[in-house]
Design a protein around this ligand. Structure first.
Ligand SMILES: [Fe+2]
Length: 378
């Protein structure tokens, strides 16, 4: 049975050659799928695919459904590892990480991120805007950078009311309630770091979620995108816990489709309502401008040079917008922590064909955040 899907249409030979060169030192990789095998070999500037061959330096075993999901950009190899649907016969995580961007380009046409190829359209990554800026300009900035910072969208009274409501939901939250994420704080206690599906139990937050200002910013790139309050964790509120926590309060570099769903989620757009201000001391958002729409090596800091990184510091009532496959992070606060951001996401209609009420790709990590965080340790 043929395993390798046809090459994605319109692949660029130069990009493929660069990808092949980057992976050649990792050796060939074999996928063992039920009783079949396929081996990918990088030689010089080319990647060849040999059906039926089982001689890669790395060999990955998985079932047919898992393979189809991987090749179809529905689930990532990290997702399959965490679900224990992928094991290594030879080689391991590092070699598969190296091959992942190449395979994503071959199978899905998602080009590997390379800062040298990044085109920011002559725009300033640090530019900020207000709601007085016209839609075409806001959309052009968001399209070029993958994120947008709009100042003063909400006033102090609106943010104070939202924070009171978050206080109420936080007081009701319990570890394991499937409506919240928790981490272990420095003193060993558990601490709340995220509330999910918030608008299903708060009329006030539902009002923010449906606010015309949020809709305007969430649909700048595509007016057909829609809210999903009852799936994909709905509208979530991030709460930055201070100190060296264990778990997923401080989120390492990631794309929001890192657990899977690229083929159906991207390019969805998240609107971040800044309920508090943010800077390095409270915890802030770090972004790689222009990285959206690309496949990014899982350990890109080890293998890419001159990657631009920008901190997006905000005041209460500001709004950040990001395309979900933008490379971004939420590092450990250097001071007291406490940033609160409410994320309202707009999705393509295809989401509703694949993800039912109460379902999310993050279901895999919500109650296992310490296990997931361990993947990021060298
Ligand atoms: Fe994220």
């Amino acid at each position: 049975m043929v395993l390798a899907p046809p090459r994605a249409p319109g692949l660029d030979g130069t990009i493929l050659a660069a990808a092949a060169r980057r992976v050649s030192s990792s050796g060939a990789i074999t996928f063992l799928v039920d009783g079949d095998a396929v081996t990918y070999v990088a030689e010089g500037d080319a990647v060849t695919v040999a059906e039926g061959r089982d001689d890669g330096a790395t060999a990955v075993r998985l079932g047919r459904r898992a393979w189809d999901d991987l090749a179809g950009q529905l689930r990532t190899f990290v997702n399959l590892l965490l679900s224990e649907e992928l094991t290594f016969e030879r080689g391991g995580f590092r070699q598969l990480s190296d091959w992942d961007p190449v395979l994503r380009y071959l199978h899905g046409g998602v080009p590997p991120y390379d800062p040298a190829r990044s085109d920011l359209g002559g725009r300033d990554p640090r530019a900020t805007f207000t709601l007085d800026t016209d839609d075409a300009e806001l959309a052009a900035q968001l399209g070029a950078m993958g994120y947008l910072h709009v100042r003063g969208v909400f006033d102090a009274g609106e943010m104070a009311a939202a924070n009171e409501e978050v206080d109420r939901l936080a007081a009701e939250a319990r570890a394991g309630d499937d409506r919240s994420w928790w981490v272990r704080a420095e003193d060993g206690s558990t601490a709340l770091c995220r509330l999910v599906y918030t608008t299903l139990r708060s009329a006030l937050l539902a009002g923010l979620e449906g606010d015309a200002r949020v809709r305007r910013l969430g649909t700048l790139l595509d007016p057909a995108l829609r809210l999903a309050p009852d799936r994909m964790e709905g509208s979530a509120v991030l709460i930055k816990v201070p100190g060296r926590t264990s778990g997923l309060s401080n989120i390492p570099w990631h794309q929001d489709c890192g657990m899977g769903g690229h083929a159906i989620l991207c390019p969805s757009v998240s609107v971040g309502i800044q309920l508090t201000g943010s800077d390095a001391t409270r915890g802030n958002l770090l972004v790689v401008p222009g990285s959206h729409g690309h496949a990014i090596h899982y350990r890109w800091q080890d293998c890419l040079e001159d990657v631009p990184v920008l901190a997006v510091d905000t005041a209460p009532g500001d709004v950040t917008v990001h395309v979900q496959d933008l490379m971004h992070a939420s590092p450990e606060p250097t001071g007291a922590g406490g940033r609160r951001t409410m994320y309202v996401t707009y999705y393509p209609a295809a989401l509703w064909d694949h993800v039912g009420p109460g379902e999310a790709f993050n279901d895999l990590v919500r109650n296992r955040t310490e296990q997931v965080a361990r993947l990021n340790r060298p």
